[in-house]
Every structure is written in C-alpha cells, then in structure tokens.
Design a protein around this ligand. Structure first.
Ligand SMILES: NC(=O)c1ccc[n+]([C@@H]2O[C@H](COP(=O)([O-])OP(=O)(O)OC[C@H]3O[C@@H](n4cnc5c(N)ncnc54)[C@H](O)[C@@H]3O)[C@@H](O)[C@H]2O)c1
Length: 333
C-alpha cells in the first residue's frame, strides 16, 4: 500500500469508535503513523486497555472512555472531528442470539446516536463497519453489494439496519457516509479469549496450548478471510477519496478469495509448527454446524477496486503468516 497517498490526513481530526478493539486499535495506529489527531471512544465492553496502551502517551491521541448508547457522550466525542470511523458494536452472531436486546441497543441505538452526533457536529464523512452477514440467506457467489438476502441472526439485522440508517441520513440530512462490509477479518490484536472469540485467534490459541480445535461441521464451509491491513486500507481510502461517486455507498471489504475451514486449520498448523513442531500433531475435532452460519462466503471486490482504487495487499497465506508471528510473540499464556 502506498502510504504517501494518505499524507493529507496529517493534522486531520479522526474519531475512531471502538478504538480499543481489534479493528479500531489498528485504525488508531495507522492514523497516528500518518500524524492525524486521533480520538478513541470506547467503553471496553470487548476492547482492551492493552490494545491502546502504546498510544496513550502520544500527543496526538485522546481516549474518551464512554458508551455510544449515551447521546451526550457521542456529541462530545464528535465535536470538532473531520471524520468518524465508527467501529464500536457488539460483534458475534452467537452473542446476538443469546442476547438480542443488548446487541440491538448498542449496534442500532448506539449507531443512530453516532449518526445524529456526527450530523450535528458537521463531520465531513462517516465511515462505518458494516458486515458480510448482511448477505444473509442469499446463496449467490461471489457476493455483489446490490444482491442481499434475508438476515439470519439478530446481529445481521442490526448491521443491515445500520446501512438503511446511513443511506437515509445522506438523503435526509446530506451526511456523507460509507459502509464497509467486512468479511471475516483477522490479524494482530484480535482477541483469542472469551465465549465469542473469532475462529482464527481461537484456533491459534488452542494450537499453541496443544488443544484440539473444534470445527463446526465437516469443515467444507468457506470464508473470504481478510487480513487487517486490507481493512485499514479500505478505511483510509474511504475518508480520503475525492471521487464523489464513491460516497454514500457500501463496499465489500475482503480479498475476493475463499478458504475452507479445513484449509484454514492446515494453514495455521503449517505456520505455527515452524515455531513449535509438536503442533503439527494436534488433531482437529468436528462438531455440529452452528445456527445462523451460511455455508460459503466469497466477496466480489470489484466495486471497491473501481470506485475506491482498493488494492488488497495481503492474501490469506501472507496474512496468516503475519498473524501467527504476532500471536507467537504476544499471546499471554
Ligand atoms: N472482526 C470481523 O471479522 C468483523 C466482521 C464484520 C463486521 N465487523 C464489525 O467491525 C467492528 C469492529 O469489530 P472488531 O472485530 O474490532 O471487534 P471488537 O470487539 O474487538 O471491537 C469492538 C469495540 O467496540 C467497543 N464497544 C462495544 N460496545 C460499545 C459501546 N456501547 N460503547 C463504546 N464502545 C463499545 C468494544 O469495547 C470494542 O473495543 C464492529 O462493528 C463489528 O461488528 C467485524
């Protein structure tokens, strides 16, 4: 990625909600490296202080510890900002199935608060984390932005409602928005702990502990696993693009390649066993399929390539190698 194209972000004020989380902390880091003025708003529901600890002493970094369910907090955070990168939400399909009310309060109520606050503060662009779960029960492959199905979980409903609100806020109030439909993002700082950990960090941790990972189903389900650097690039392109046609759209944020769960575990084993050869012998267990899971997911990234000039820099192989190296050096065991 050519970082020079983002030099115009120097001294720009960018609010990253959910900035103490996996994706948000990577966005904060990239923005600080570009000399932007970064505000992180987070209530540490699923994010961690250790994710942002290195940024706290930075003169261009401000932390607001607060909840997006509070409109006053959103208003204070949006004041004076040029751009918002809205990442704060409760992720995970199973979490939303267990507790749909809290997922809705945060992901829909909190989102609406942020839109209202961004509108009232005159923010230039509101870029938000949408989700591939919006494709729901559509079986079409590859996924094209305009062809979605019916949502399969409360989480997917919340993310689709975000898109509807964003589109409406542009039409009604002229707030410029861009929605990024993330596809199974992975990489440094993604949390391997807790009941709702994502598959890659969970499996990495289990392999490192010589525990057998459990694949839901026969492992033939596939996903467009997307390394974090590709996601950072999409966010930076979204706030800097001068292409007016690119605004007020949603984009698949992925690589455009799919990997089955069995292939994924082989890849993880291959890279992890270069650190610890015993990992090559850890066996995989198969469990039942999970409610709300779609069999296959593969993005078309043509729209992002065409309108945002997106060029994915990391394939899954390169991304997994980098992620594994990071976990090996950083995971607290
Ligand atoms: N990781 C993925 O593969 C993926 C895929 C699709 C969409 N997304 C979306 O991307 C965004 C970031 O996800 P992530 O993987 O970094 O998850 P994460 O859990 O690491 O980050 C979310 C952050 O939001 C914060 N947060 C939650 N509720 C909040 C509240 N009420 N007020 C303030 N902050 C709050 C959390 O503390 C956390 O720091 C989310 O909107 C998620 O739905 C992620």
């Amino acid at each position: 990625m050519n970082l020079e194209q983002f030099d115009i972000l120097k001294d720009k004020r960018v609010l990253v909600t959910g900035g103490a989380g996996f994706i948000g902390s990577n966005l904060c880091e990239a923005l600080l490296n570009l000399n932007a003025q970064v505000t992180c708003l987070d209530n540490f529901a699923t994010g961690h202080k250790h994710n942002i600890a290195p940024f706290l002493p930075h003169k261009n970094f401000e932390l607001i510890e607060g909840d997006i369910r509070c409109i006053k907090t959103c208003e204070a955070a949006c004041k004076g900002q040029d751009f918002v990168l809205h990442q704060a939400a409760l992720g995970s399909v199973p979490r939303s199935i267990n507790d749909p009310i809290t997922s809705n309060d945060v992901n829909v109520g909190g989102f609406l608060n942020m839109l209202v606050a961004a509108r009232d503060a005159g923010v230039k662009r509101f870029v938000y984390a949408a989700s591939s779960s919006t494709y729901g029960d559509s079986e079409a492959l590859p996924k094209l932005e305009d062809n979605i199905g019916k949502p399969l979980s409360p989480y997917a409903i919340t993310k689709y409602v975000n898109e509807l609100y964003a589109e409406n806020f542009y039409k009604t109030y002229g707030l410029n928005t861009i929605g990024l439909r993330y596809f199974n993002v992975f990489g440094r700082r993604q949390d391997p702990n807790g009941a709702y950990a994502a598959v890659i960090p969970l499996f990495v941790k289990q392999f490192m502990d010589h525990e057998s990972p459990v694949i839901n189903g026969d492992g033939s389900y596939s996903r467009d696993f997307t390394y974090i650097d590709n996601v950072v690039q999409m966010n930076l392109l979204s706030i800097t693009t001068e292409n007016k046609e690119a605004l007020n759209q949603v984009y698949n944020t992925a690589v455009g390649d799919r990997t089955t769960l069995v292939q994924l575990t082989e890849l993880l084993k291959k890279h992890l066993s270069s650190f610890d050869p015993a990992i090559a012998k850890v066996e995989i267990i198969h469990g039942p399929n999970r409610i709300g899971d779609i069999p296959h997911s593969l993005a078309s990234v043509e729209k992002a390539e065409k309108l945002l000039n997106f060029k994915p820099t990391h394939t899954i192989n390169v991304g997994i190698e980098a992620a594994v190296e990071w976990y090996w050096g950083n995971l607290r065991r």
